[in-house]
Design a protein. Sequence first.
Lengths: 303, 336
Amino acid sequence: MTTSEEARARETVREAHRPRRRTPPWALGALKLLGLAVVVVWCLFPFLWMAMTSLRSGADALTDPDIFSGPFGLDNYEQVFGLGFQYALRNSLVVAALTTLVCIPVAALAGYALARLPLRGRFLVLALTLVATLFPPVALVNPLYQMYLELNALTGINLLNNYLGMVVPYVALTLPLAVFILATFFAGIPREIEESAKVDGATPFQAFWRVVAPLAAPGVGAASILTFVYATNEFLLAFSFAPRDLNVQTVPVFIGTFQRVGYENPIGQIMAASVLVSVPLILFALVLQRRIVAGLTSGAVKG
Amino acid sequence: MAIRQSSENGRDGRTGGVPAPRGGGGGSGGGGRTARGGGRPPRRPRRRGLGERAMGRIFLTPSFAFMAVIALFPVFYAVLMSLYEIRGFHQDFAGLGNYARALTDPGFYNAALNTLVFTAASVTLEFTVGLGFALIMHQAFVGRGLTRAVILVPWVIPTAVAAQVWRYMFDHNPGFVNAVLGTDVNWLRDPVWSMVGIIAADVWKTAPFVALLLLAGLQTIPKDYYEAAEIDGAGVFQRFWSVTLPLLRPAIVVALLFRTVDALRMFDFAYVFAGYSNSLATLSVYAQRFLVAEPRLGYASALSTVTFVIVMLVGLAFISRMGRHMVGDTAREVKR
């Protein structure tokens, strides 16, 4: 049967079945929209609560659950900046950017090697990489802390309360996933493109650097974003290696360990800080939506 | 993953396992170059640049050296420390004493139980809600773009921040959750209800992530299968049970793997909600407690090693079931 015949036959059968469907199409459409509304509300209402609470000031804000009752003002934001939250934002940005800048080039090399170059035990290496993505950070806290102390005693280099003290373990923890994502993307680039570059006289390295690497830009983008988000999200190691010093303390530590000053409930200030870090991250996610989804689902789905 | 099944390119077979002549250099002699060089066989083509085999090793070295020094070595270092009783500057060899102590420590069993309850409940709920969301998003056409955008919001908000937001929503003052539910529960003090609280917060944050993974899986199922099932008289539920679920299995296993492992090593929610107190202490929190709150480094190392082993064993159990599927595609792509 040709395709058009097949389609026609299927259409006929479907027509025959149609009367059995009881739900009218408009109700189905309404149901779908309702479902989407549930998803949207689920994702946004804590953010709405956070934003409204951050804007409320005065005693009512601490005891009245109605988030739309004022008075409203920007006091909480002023106070949070007074506590030095801008430094935490800067620190998170620097740590995440450094982590990404170190992790991605290193991971790109390994990803390319795993996807393309002749290697013995490739399957084993890929499987080990996958296993390494599961590494629990808590296993690193104490030994790395001791290693930092030893390093300081031996060389005078102090990694505690230092950006690098966070960047180093972040790179180690994000490398496996980045390698895996990049290997998947490299494997998807048609091999013929490299072949023709080599036919034209490129060395294997030139074929990688000039021809394949630019084509892998979407994969590099996806891996970079996931690495960046991991580094902005990480709490346990930052909390262990840079707990209090405002020069290096990152946002999750600032917010996660927010102490109440005196007897006052710091709810408004915490929410103001949360809004200040969430808004740029949400915009970041919206702009780079496609890349993020591509990265999250690469390797997860057989296509 | 775009996987090409076959290729007529003669060179591909050679990159597999067969060692290329003269190290890596020979491997780069592609079809085109052989044809060109064919006219003057006596002159061996000079090896230019890096050979592929050498390049492969050089490219892998930085990643694996880094992971070995910063992740693998510390694990062994922690195992070593776990064999000592460390108090201040005194270190006494204790053998497996710290592990034996864990086996008789009610706090350890409490932490293990908390971790188990949290993992079982949060992963089950995340999977259920995530699958529901994925099906909704897969069905809908109007408003699809908006939903796909907002679904990333919980994912991108840092866990410690989400934890504070949820903690204050549960808090007695201002009592937002109580007002919405019409209840009067002390969510943060009561050990059972505070566990419900962190499970709710974690489900909120990661169900959308599960939905994204499952949605990507749903999109790979050909529409013909549903039509065929419909023609054969399968109802909505039968189609879901016999077509969707089996074909979605790889995506489901991946989502469950990531969520289970992440729940087992969870620290942020429990710590922000309850600090080091026993009511919510997970294995990670309990290990951390003996580093910071009551320093006993040997015991802390034993606890973190146990956590490491549990997380890795569960992860390996998953990967051994689906690893060939996940890794296989990328590996096969090269082997062809």
